[in-house]
Write a protein that binds this ligand. Structure first.
Ligand code: A2H
Length: 262
């Protein structure tokens, strides 16, 4: 992509129903009619039609921050501080001058949010998708929240298959991870389900196969960006290299996303 720092697309995934444990913690701390958003940062906005869930690091600490009247976001403190510099917490002439001045309502580990139902903009899963755990989420990148597109992200696909295989071990309901995976992008080399094809071809068995996953990630990204054609949505039929920015702009315009620099 372009030169200079990556422009992430920060997507707003609104909470529809809290998992029981976290519901108790949130209760009384925010207005009953407040909107709360998980905010994943993505480099592939054109794939948002295929979101099947959203990942958090189970051991990472997240904050619920007040963005504006009756609107809150869940990200790492590090990401909230970046957001502050990008103007998101500027209200009534007030700007947080240190991390301690961020409008933090509560903190909780990622594990406590697992099972929360959220609305993912553009996703074909209109009834909502679930927050699920991913061990490999980095606390020091993006927002610490990663939306999951298993059709086109080898990391997401490998993690999701592992969650389904070992649902009890991970303490999740299998159904939370078993959403249908739709083809979004057609490519000459891997067909229209690039990530599953690469997982098979490189014989990746688990999210712990980090070397092969890194290779799969590079291959998927390059093939998708330079040779892929979007086969769904408003910009169906357009090359990914063109559609990417159109989908991004459309998400900004609808208010479902905002630009985010790391
Ligand atoms: B991408 P870069 Cl379909 N920890 O979005 C781990 N991974 C993170 C992260 C974090 N804290 N924050 C963002 N990411 C992921 C979609 C996608 C992504 C697809 C295919 C590839 C892909 C759906 N997941 O990324 O290291 C996010 O996943 C592979 C390049 O900053 C984000 O885009 O270059 C990407 O990694 C950012 O990675």
């Amino acid at each position: 992509e372009g030169i200079g720092p990556q422009e992430y697309t920060a997507l707003k995934l609104q909470v529809k129903e809290w998992a029981p444990e976290i519901a108790q913690i949130v209760k009384g701390k925010i207005e009953d009619d407040a909107k709360v958003f998980f905010v994943p940062a993505t480099l592939r906005p054109e794939t948002m039609y295929g979101q099947t869930n959203c990942f958090v690091g189970p051991k990472i600490n997240y904050g619920l921050f007040k963005l504006k009247e009756k609107e809150y976001v869940i990200v790492t403190k590090r990401a909230a501080w970046n957001m502050a510099f990008q103007g998101h917490f500027f209200q009534d002439g007030y700007f947080p001058k240190s991390q301690d001045e961020l409008p933090l309502i509560l903190e909780a580990p990622g594990s406590s949010f697992v099972g929360t139902l959220i609305n993912a903009p553009l996703s074909f899963h209109k009834d909502g998708v679930y927050i699920l755990p991913m061990e490999s989420v980095s606390a020091s990148k993006g927002t610490g929240v990663v939306t999951s597109v298993p059709s086109d992200s080898p990391d997401d696909y490998a993690t999701l298959m592992d969650l389904i295989k070992k649902a009890d071990y991970y303490g999740i309901k299998k159904e939370w991870a078993e959403k249908e995976i739709f083809p979004l992008i057609d490519t000459p080399t891997y067909g229209n389900l690039t990530a599953p094809a690469l997982i098979k071809q490189l014989k990746i068995n688990s999210p712990k196969d980090v070397t092969q996953l890194a290779e799969a990630k590079d291959l998927a990204y390059t093939e998708g960006f330079y040779k892929g054609t979007l086969i769904v949505g408003e910009f169906k039929g357009e090359p990914v290299s063109v559609a990417k920015d159109k989908v991004r702009q459309s998400l900004y315009q609808s208010g479902d996303a905002f630009p985010f620099a790391d």
